[in-house]
Ligand binder design. Structure first.
Ligand SMILES: [Zn+2]
Length: 325
């Protein structure tokens, strides 16, 4: 059932709103059984915090489509919010349009502040009380990400077992210093909702195979926590990083970055990743090599680079260990 879950008046008689599609067991009425609903486990699947990230839109479609056709398998409350930053999604804008504020940097927000802060506050109020949440992001237009879950070391013990049920490629655990506290996930985790952040694909595009895989993983996770009544599957185990093992490769020259390797390559130290070339001089300005054995989990998608632009991230680990996972 589609429900308007947040509605804030805008200055010129328009409204900012967030909608969700709520699924409950067939035995429970969405409107009448408040007491019955409170007894059920609840998961909130959210996306569109950044309006230029569309992979999550397709994942929401795939899940909703499946749930519509499998209502007899639903054992809890599943709330799907495709576009938290609905103005951003509608205009393919990363931040909240006009205010130019990144919604994922102002949580938990405040009712008495400006519009972006009111939106953040309304979202937290709406989703609080969920047992679980999954926040789906898709990088930006510059970088392509292998499907991965990111979490802070602080919540690792609670979140890692959950992340392993998603059949995702990679889990990146950050230490406390690099964690942004003003994010949706940090606020929700601090308030007791186990919240996973998924990053995958590239901004403004969809990568169907990643979306199919995550939709399947989410069903598997929901089965594991008792929200869906389907068989759990044994999905692939993620490669798990602890902080300190991730290498950042930055451009040493300006030009056109042309990769020579494909994404999610298991690399050997010294293996070539790509060239930075000059269209004007016809010369190779820089050859880019892997500084370590490891998994290439971030690769530049947008070809124009300046000195210092991020080209790739590599989780450095002995490649035989990764192959044997
Ligand atoms: Zn994002």
């Amino acid at each position: 059932m589609i429900i308007q879950s947040l509605n804030i008046e805008l200055p010129v008689s328009e409204n900012f709103r967030v909608q969700k599609n709520r699924f409950v067991p067939q035995s429970v009425s969405i409107n009448n059984d408040e007491v019955e609903l409170k007894k059920l486990k609840r998961i909130s699947i959210v996306s569109g915090t950044h309006g230029d990230e569309l992979e999550g839109q397709y994942v929401c479609y795939l899940l909703t489509n499946w749930l519509e056709n499998n209502q007899d398998k639903i054992n809890g409350i599943i709330d799907i919010y495709p576009s938290l930053n609905s103005l951003g999604i509608d205009s393919i804008t990363r931040s909240i349009p006009f205010y130019n504020v990144d919604l994922n940097r102002i949580f938990p927000g405040n009712k008495n502040d400006f519009l972006p802060s009111q939106i953040a506050d309304g979202i937290i109020e709406e989703i609080s009380g969920s047992d679980y949440a999954v926040d789906i992001h898709s990088s930006n237009i510059f970088l392509r990400e292998l499907p991965q879950v990111r979490m802070s070391a602080e919540f690792k013990d609670k979140l890692l077992p959950l992340a392993k049920k998603l059949g995702i490629d990679f889990v990146w655990i950050h230490d406390a210093i690099t964690v942004l506290e003003a994010t949706f996930a940090h606020t929700m985790n601090s308030r007791g909702t186990k919240t996973l952040v998924v990053e995958m694909g590239v901004g403004m595009r969809i990568t169907p195979e990643y979306c199919f895989s995550l939709a399947d993983g989410l069903k598997n996770m929901m089965a594991d926590i008792g929200i869906l009544n389907i068989e759990t599957k044994k999905l692939k185990e993620p490669v798990i990083s602890e902080n300190g093992e991730v290498f950042y490769l930055n451009a040493g020259a300006s030009g056109l970055f042309v990769p020579t390797t494909s994404h999610y390559e298991i690399l050997k130290k010294g293996e070539k990743i790509g060239n930075i070339v000059s269209p004007l001089s016809g010369k190779i300005e820089e050859e880019v090599f892997s500084p370590s054995d490891g998994v290439l989990f971030t690769l530049r998608e947008y070809p124009i680079v300046y000195e210092g632009s991020l080209l790739a991230r590599i989780f450095g680990k002995n490649s035989s260990e990764i192959n044997n996972k």
